[in-house]
Design a protein around this ligand. Structure first.
Ligand code: IPM
Ligand code: MG
Length: 362
């Protein structure tokens, strides 16, 4: 079956890392029989500069017609003074929402070769394998009313709304339980049920869904404690399911356990496993154009695309193994380089991409 992939490099280091992922996709097509058609598109700040809209209609249409979307990153200092509705991030949020990509899977896996690159002690993080399931199209990110208004006193007041319908909580919890069934059969639902009514409902619904999965153990945790436990004893977690904003925060925290946020891919799926795939690290304005961005998170995002949208688990595993091989060879972009460790060699974005492809072909 021919798969149509929309590739959106976006801003900052997006184009640099997407170039490596595109090279990989071409190799998968030419040497591994993957039947794909790649189409480029504009999103984010670059799209705003070209069209006045961070999510041009044309891009949205292409995304709707595609079987999967591969995205680099959006945003940067150049666009920070724009009103929120026109910012690059709106392009990304618009895609998530318009494509109904409510389930965001963010694995935090520590490659054993990188145990020393984590800021935590190796024994705390070795063999770490957590899956954060983040709700992606609801919560305070999208809740109405929202805005900043002027009070009678003349003072400004900003407000956003945390809202979840039962159905939204139910479907994301189901995804978490299904994922847990393929892993260690533990789900930790993270909320702030001691303060926020909306997440009190979250806890109730999670418990109800859990009753349909007697083979999976469900626990609940307040988000502040979860943040602490993630850095104290991260291996206690298997699958974590949580709201949009808590998932945003906890997934950055979990990423750092693995040595570098430059290693972590993500999948954002709709009800039919159509997906958008992106590294979780963002546009990294500080290193743009230097050729040193780590392309592995994007390469691993391609692996997730093969696994979840194209049902090619063997090919996906080949990519994961190729990434493992280059790490074993000692190749490191600066973000995962360990000073004074023998056998390591600093490489740039392109050399890392080439090495993964070479390892894949071996
Ligand atoms: C992420 C990012 C986005 C988010 C930004 C860029 C809008 O931080 O994917 O985690 O907040 O969801
Ligand atoms: Mg984030």
């Amino acid at each position: 079956m021919m798969h149509k992939i929309l590739v959106l490099p976006g801003d900052g280091i997006g184009p640099e890392i997407i170039q490596e992922a595109t090279k990989l996709l071409n190799v998968l097509r030419d040497h591994f029989g993957l039947s794909i058609e790649i189409e480029p598109g504009l999103v984010g700040g670059g799209a705003f500069d070209a069209t006045g809209n961070p999510l041009p209609n044309e891009t949205l249409q292409l995304a709707k017609d595609a079987d999967a979307v591969l995205l680099g990153a959006v945003g940067g200092p150049k666009w920070e003074s724009l009103e929120i509705a026109l910012r690059p991030e709106k392009g990304l949020l618009g895609l998530r929402s318009e494509l109904k990509l409510f389930a965001n899977l963010r694995p935090a896996i520590l490659y054993p070769q990188l145990a020393g690159a984590s800021t935590l002690k190796p024994e705390i993080v070795s063999d770490l394998d957590i899956m954060i399931v983040r709700e992606l199209t609801g919560g305070v990110y999208f809740g109405q009313p929202r805005g900043v208004k002027t009070l009678d006193s003349g003072e400004s007041m900003g407000y956003n709304t945390l809202v979840y319908k039962e159905s939204e909580i139910e479907r994301i919890c189901k995804v978490a339980f299904e994922v847990a069934r393929t892993r260690n059969k533990q789900v930790c639902s993270v909320d702030k049920a001691n303060v926020l009514e909306c997440t009190e409902l979250w806890r109730k619904v999670a418990t109800r869904v859990g009753a349909d999965y007697p083979d999976v153990t469900l626990s609940h945790m307040y988000v502040d404690n979860a943040a602490m436990q993630l850095v104290r004893a991260p291996k206690q977690f298997d699958v974590v399911v949580t709201t949009n904003m808590f998932g945003d925060i906890l997934s950055d925290c979990a990423a750092m356990l693995t040595g570098s946020i430059g290693m972590l891919p993500s999948a954002s799926l709709d009800a039919n496993n159509k997906g958008m795939y992106e590294p979780i690290h963002g546009s990294a304005p500080d290193i743009v154009g230097k050729g040193i961005a780590n392309p592995l998170a994007t390469i691993l995002s391609v692996s997730m695309m093969l696994k979840y949208s194209f049902k090619e688990p063997l090919l996906a595993e080949k990519i994961d193994l190729a990434v493992g091989k280059v790490l074993t060879q000692g190749l490191r972009t600066p973000d995962i380089y360990e000073i004074d460790t023998p056998g390591l060699r600093q490489v740039g974005t392109k050399e890392m991409g080439d090495a993964v492809i070479a390892a894949l072909k071996e």
